[in-house]
Write a protein that binds this ligand. Sequence first.
Ligand code: PAF
Length: 281
Amino acid sequence: MVIFKKLADIQRYIATQRADGRLVGFVPTMGALHEGHTSLVQQAKQGADIVVASIFVNPTQFNDKTDFEKYPTSVEADVAMLIEAGCDILLLPSVADMYPDGTDSMQSYNFGYLDTVLEGEKRPGHFKGVGQIVARLLDIVKPDRLFMGQKDYQQCMVVKNLLQQLNSTIDMVICPTKREADGLAMSSRNRRLTEPQRALAGVIYQCLVSISTKQTEGNFALVQKECADLMAAKGFEVEYIALAGANDLTLLDNYDINRPMVALIAAKLGDIRLIDNMLLQ
Ligand code: PAF
């Protein structure tokens, strides 16, 4: 794997690869990699000729300063994992390189409704930061295909919307969430869970399964309350347990079997915020 810190160098290198007719797959990350990330690299390997990953903990997408300060980093281990997964190129830029003139003068994107609900509502400014950094990374890497994880469902919708705003031809591939044995969605933030918190964290997945399997009962409010009570009893601070249209994230009061739906949960264990989702069959 070739590692680049300087933007001009990676751009030159990727340009020669593209000139040789290679299709470029891109996996943007904030590091602290886990199997979820390596599965993105593996899927990118199947859908592209060369795979570029980036590690950049983007300060502008953290609405919570403590979350940013405590965000785990493990560059050496990340590099080893990317090599093992078959990644070809790694971009490791600095904040100064990514934001040479700060962010005030950078173009920002309007995600409308998507920025007002769920993660948008709970994390003001988060998607603005995601939009800016993803647009910047795409402009540097110029991939043919972009690989992102379904775990961040709303982020995937925001990035799809960004690609439309950019009139981009980049093909976005959304890859399934990787889970631990108890169903907990793999996430860099899981590293910060204490042992007792980790033992409880699988409850989020249990609730998603329950929302999915109890569809026939037809009363989402009841299932939602059961989940909220269960999570509160286990010590979670629930931010939302929601049901939404899978294509547009319209919030639903009840199950609607005539449309694709997604269940989404965000909750805190101590100061660690976890999110997960499940598409309903
Ligand atoms: O999902 C992430 O890790 C980040 O939000 C992303 C897409 C790399 C942008 O910083």
